[in-house]
Design a protein around this ligand. Structure first.
Ligand code: SAH
Length: 340
C-alpha cells in the first residue's frame, strides 16, 4: 500500500495499464486528487465501483497532522506530524508575486552546518515523495490559497534525498496536477557535487541555489562541514559547468554573520570567486537562534557588503526578512519541540 500522492502521472498510467484500464483514467484520478481534493476514493463519481475497489487495494490517501501553526506578517509556519510521529516544518511566505512555500525534505539533517538549527538534530530519515507533496496540499487547503512557488529550503538537504526530491518535483510540476512551473521551483543545496552533476542532466528548468556563506575554504570549513568533502574551488568549477550546460542562472545564498564572513575583504574575495558567472548573490540576514553563538550582521554591515558587491558588478539582492517572530529559521520550531 502506498500513499497515492507519491505517484507521478506516468506511474499512475502504468498502474492502469497493468490493470487493463484506459490511460485516461489516470488523468481523471489526478483531477480528483489535485483539483477537487477528494479525501476518499469513493468520491470519484466518474470511476466505476470495481475499479475504485482495486485502487483501494493498492493506494490510500493520507495527510500529515498539523500540530502547530504560527502566523506573522505575510508568513505562516506549520509544524506537521508524520505517520511515525516524526515532525517537520513548512513555511508559507506571501510575496507580491505569489505565495511561496518552503518545504522540508528530511527529518533532521546530517550536513551539520554550524549556524543552522536543523542540523543540531541529526537526520532521522528521508521524507517520502508523498510527505513532500502533501505539505503543499495541506497548506493550500488550510489557507485557501494557491501556492505558486516552492523552495526546497526547509529542514534537510534535498540532494541527500535526491530520488524522492526529483520525483516530488515531477509531481508538483505536472500540468494535470498542481501545475507549479519548473521556473517557480528552487532547490537549495549545501553543495553535494555528484548530485549537482546529476541535476545538471535533468531536463526541467528548475532553479538551483547554493548555500555558499563564505568566500574561501578557511571560513567555509568552519561553517559547513560539507566543504571538507567538496571544497569551494571544486564547487565553483562544477557550477560553471552547470551554467554552461543548462544556460541557467545560479543563486548563491550568503548568510551574513557578524565578524565571521561580513567584512569588505570577504565581499571582495567573493566577487573575485564568482566574477563572470551567470549568477547572483542573495544576502541573507541571519535569523538568530538561542542555541547557536553566531550573531546577525548589523544593517550597516549588510549594506556595505551589498555596496561592495555592486561596485564589483555582481548581481546582488538582500533577502527580505520573514518570520523571525514565528521562529521561521530553518528547523527552529521543530528543534524547540524536540527539546521541550
Ligand atoms: N540543506 C539545504 C537547504 C536547507 S537550508 C541547503 O543547505 O541549502 C536553506 C537555507 O537556509 C540555507 O541557505 C541555509 O544555510 C539557510 N539557513 C539555515 N539556518 C539559517 C538561519 N538561522 N538564518 C538564516 N538562514 C539560515
Amino acid at each position: 500500500m502506498k500513499n497515492i500522492y507519491g505517484l507521478s502521472l506516468e506511474e499512475l498510467n502504468l498502474y492502469f495499464e497493468e490493470n487493463h484500464e484506459k490511460s485516461f483514467r489516470s488523468k481523471q484520478v489526478y483531477e480528483w486528487l489535485y483539483k477537487k481534493r477528494i479525501k476518499d476514493f469513493d468520491e470519484m463519481t466518474n470511476i466505476k465501483k470495481e475499479l475504485i475497489q482495486n485502487i483501494k487495494k493498492h493506494f490510500y490517501i493520507k495527510f500529515p497532522n498539523v500540530i502547530e501553526r504560527r502566523s506573522g506578517k505575510d508568513v505562516e509556519k506549520f509544524l506537521f506530524e508524520l505517520d511515525d510521529g516524526q515532525r517537520v516544518e513548512a513555511v508559507l511566505m506571501k510575496h507580491d508575486y505569489g505565495n511561496s512555500l518552503c518545504v522540508s525534505t528530511q527529518v533532521g539533517c546530517n550536513m551539520g552546518c554550524a549556524f543552522c538549527e536543523s542540523g543540531r538534530l541529526k537526520k532521522v530519515r528521508n521524507l517520502s515523495t508523498s510527505e513532500m507533496v502533501t505539505q503543499i496540499l495541506l497548506v493550500e487547503d488550510i489557507l485557501k490559497i494557491r501556492i505558486s512557488h516552492v523552495v526546497l529550503m526547509g529542514i534537510g538537504e534535498p540532494f541527500d534525498n535526491y530520488e524522492n526530491v526529483i520525483a516530488f518535483i515531477d509531481i508538483i510540476n505536472e500540468g494535470k496536477g498542481l501545475d507549479i512551473g519548473a521556473r517557480h521551483i528552487t532547490v537549495s543545496t549545501c553543495g553535494i557535487i555528484p548530485k549537482i552533476k546529476e541535476f545538471m542532466n535533468q531536463e526541467k528548468q528548475i532553479n538551483l541555489a547554493i548555500s555558499l556563506h563564505a568566500p574561501n575554504n578557511k571560513i567555509r570549513n568552519r561553517l559547513m562541514k560539507i566543504n571538507k568533502v567538496y571544497p569551494i574551488e571544486e564547487l565553483i568549477k562544477v557550477l560553471k559547468e552547470y551554467i554552461k550546460k543548462t544556460n541557467r542562472r545560479v543563486t548563491f545564498e550568503y548568510i551574513l554573520l557578524k565578524g565571521v564572513n561580513d567584512s569588505k575583504k570577504c565581499a571582495l574575495e567573493l566577487s573575485d570567486l564568482i566574477k563572470g558567472m551567470n549568477a547572483y548573490v542573495n544576502l541573507i540576514p541571519y535569523n538568530e537562534t538561542s542555541h547557536i553563538e553566531f550573531e546577525k550582521s548589523s544593517n550597516d554591515s549588510i549594506m556595505k557588503f551589498y555596496d561592495t558587491l555592486k561596485k564589483q558588478k555582481i548581481n546582488v539582492t538582500i533577502r527580505r526578512e520573514f518570520g523571525s517572530e514565528v521562529m521561521a529559521a530553518c528547523g527552529q520550531l521543530r528543534a524547540n519541540y524536540e527539546e521541550g
